[in-house]
Design a protein around this ligand. Sequence first.
Ligand code: A2P
Length: 288
Amino acid sequence: MSDAVMNYITLNDGNKIPSIGFGVFMIPADGSTYKAVRVALDAGYRHIDTATAYFNEEEVGKAVLESGIPREEIFVTSKLWLSQYGYEGAKKGIERSLTKLGLDYIDLYLLHQPYGDVVGAWKALEEAKDEGKILSIGVSNMTPKLWNKFVSQFATLPSVNQIECNPFSQQKKMRAIMDKDNVKVECWYPLGHGNAELLKHPTITAIAEKYGKNAGQIILRFETQEGFITLPKSTNPERIKSNLDVFDFTLTEDELQAIRNMDTGTTSHDPDADGVGDYLLNAFKIED
Ligand code: A2P
């Protein structure tokens, strides 16, 4: 067991979420996900982020249940894939995730991509929340354009929007809309997916040297101080541990501002691009 300090954020529905979660995107379901999640839980993580389309929900659930940590102390997120959208499809998709995970409830469930019958799928999430099968509900990959198109039709506001977010992609326009309703940012690719230009950026490395921390820790501390929930992914046990060890120092306002100035206003993935929804729909096949 580690002595890692966990930091929590309160969502707009009153539920609390650990501000750093362990992301398992692209970790194979060949035992690697189970192993990585167990390492993460032993290191002190209490928040795991998976998805139907990551194909590793079973290993996540097994690791959570076999960890010996009380279920209520671990925050589990999963996501519905596009091919499961529409009201009926989403109802089935939620049950499928619960079965794969082997859990009685999911802490947070997201609509993974904002295309197709998003409104029907959202209604199924709202109902599952009312029934206690899901505790919080949210969306992912929404831009201002997609947010305005869909969220205006929702009865309940999302509690999070999980988007690409790191010092090069700070999502200022999307955040301005979300801030009005206290919808939290969740960062995917919080380390730029290992982008060397980001991890070796002189602004980051100078601050890292000052605090005796590594570049990844400075980036993750920036994100948590900005009020984001951040989801670093690693399969390396040392990096899994170090990515959580970011709560024993605080960046100054000048340092935060220097990192804010690194924003390029762009992202590597553009959810508004023509044909993205169709491309993604065909990118993963979810079996029943
Ligand atoms: P590895 O699994 O070998 O640790 P992101 O979370 O932004 O998608 O970034 C994940 C990528 O960054 C992975 O390739 C991961 O590799 C690498 N990575 C994770 N943590 C760190 C860190 N603290 N410093 C540098 N690279 C990291």
